[in-house]
Design a protein around this ligand. Structure first.
Ligand code: UD1
Length: 325
């Protein structure tokens, strides 16, 4: 029983790979290294350089390694980029997933975990967001994720195939043992950028939008430690192996933090003021995204263990420091 992790050389995928290795599971990573880094793949994991949409390659990997479950992280994730290059997003996220799912079905791999996003929900949906709230994605990125969710749902109805969809809220932080972390130099995430500013590698942090209808005027997100996110995948994997039916779960804490609260959190960690600049809203940014995590807690027994903002920020900062040392 070996797990295939697509995108396993990337930020979340590399944490997943370590978590599987830590509990003694054989793992194979498939990554085309377009944004991932070979060095982030944990020692002991098999590595295949290639595309998750390359069916002959995937079928060979599934067969040769006796894969029983696939965790599919590979894809493109930057919202503004998706607005400029929608067809690339549909190819990388929808086209690749379609080819991968077909390969799994043809090779008899039933357990499949898919990385989806909190941005599939309508901006008018009720917060905190339960899974059944209306979906109305506003970017090509989010639409590509929802299209893939629909495809998985249809495939689960038609074939002997059991996908679980995890809708991530804002993933941040780094491995608690310091083995991997967010390594994309041009990353746009708030906490990553705040770390770069804290270390003097970027002169200031832009606060994108101070006129939202939120208590302090800045955007609110549900920031979740990558280690807790990965733990949700392990539970989903165990559930699927034990025969669980296809399901969709939010993965967030149910706690909203504004950009200014994150800035204050960083200031508390570093013990000084963070240089910030109030800037215009970023196109495509919803004002508030907060998870209702009740379903995953009840169904899979998931519990947050690293929710302190100071822990999320400190681990991210520690990794950022190592990156250029
Ligand atoms: C992130 C993920 C997206 C995921 C979503 C789920 C990436 C690149 N984005 O998007 O894939 O679907 O969470 O909720 O992984 N901000 C600033 N200054 C900055 C950067 C950000 O003020 O320098 C603000 C943004 O306007 C937003 C908040 O911080 O209000 C979070 O932004 P960001 O970390 O980029 O994540 P999302 O856009 O929410």
């Amino acid at each position: 029983m070996t797990v295939l992790v697509t995108g396993g050389a990337g930020y979340i995928g590399s944490h997943m790979t370590y978590a599987l290795l830590d509990r003694g599971e054989p793992v194979v990573v498939l990554d085309n290294l377009s944004t991932g880094r070979r060095a982030l793949v944990g020692e002991g994991a098999g590595f295949v350089e290639g595309d998750a949409g390359d069916q002959p390659l995937v079928r060979r990997v599934l067969r040769d390694h006796g894969i029983d479950a696939v965790i599919h992280f590979a894809g493109s994730i930057v919202v503004p980029e998706s607005v400029e290059q929608p067809l690339r997003y549909y190819a990388n996220n929808v086209g690749t997933s379609r080819a991968l799912v077909e390969a799994c079905i043809e090779e008899g791999v039933k357990a499949f975990i898919f990385s989806s996003t909190a941005t599939v929900y309508s901006v008018d949906a009720t917060q905190p967001l339960a899974e059944d709230e209306p979906k109305e994605p506003i970017s090509p990125y989010a639409r590509s994720k929802l299209m893939t969710e629909w495809m998985l749902e249809d495939a689960a109805r038609a074939y002997d195939f059991r996908p679980m969809v995890l809708r991530y809220f804002n993933v941040a932080g780094a491995d608690t043992q310091g083995r991997t972390g967010q390594s994309t130099p041009k990353a746009t995430h708030l906490i990553k950028r705040a770390c770069q500013v804290a270390l003097g590698r970027v002169p200031h942090l832009d606060i994108f939008g101070t006129d939202y209808s939120t208590p302090d005027g800045t955007g609110i997100r549900d920031y979740i430690h990558v280690t807790d996110l990965v733990a949700a995948h392990l539970l989903a994997l165990d559930g699927l192996r034990a025969g669980a039916a296809p399901a969709t779960y939010n993965v967030g804490y149910g706690r909203g933090l504004s950009v200014r609260e994150v800035v204050r959190g960083m200031e508390a960690v570093i013990g000084r003021e963070l240089p910030v600049k109030e800037s215009a809203r970023r196109p495509g940014d919803p004002p508030v995204l907060i998870s209702d995590p009740a379903r995953i807690k009840v169904a899979l027994g998931w519990q947050p263990r690293h929710a302190e903002l100071s822990e999320i920020i400190s681990s991210a900062l520690e990794w950022e420091r190592r990156l250029n040392d």
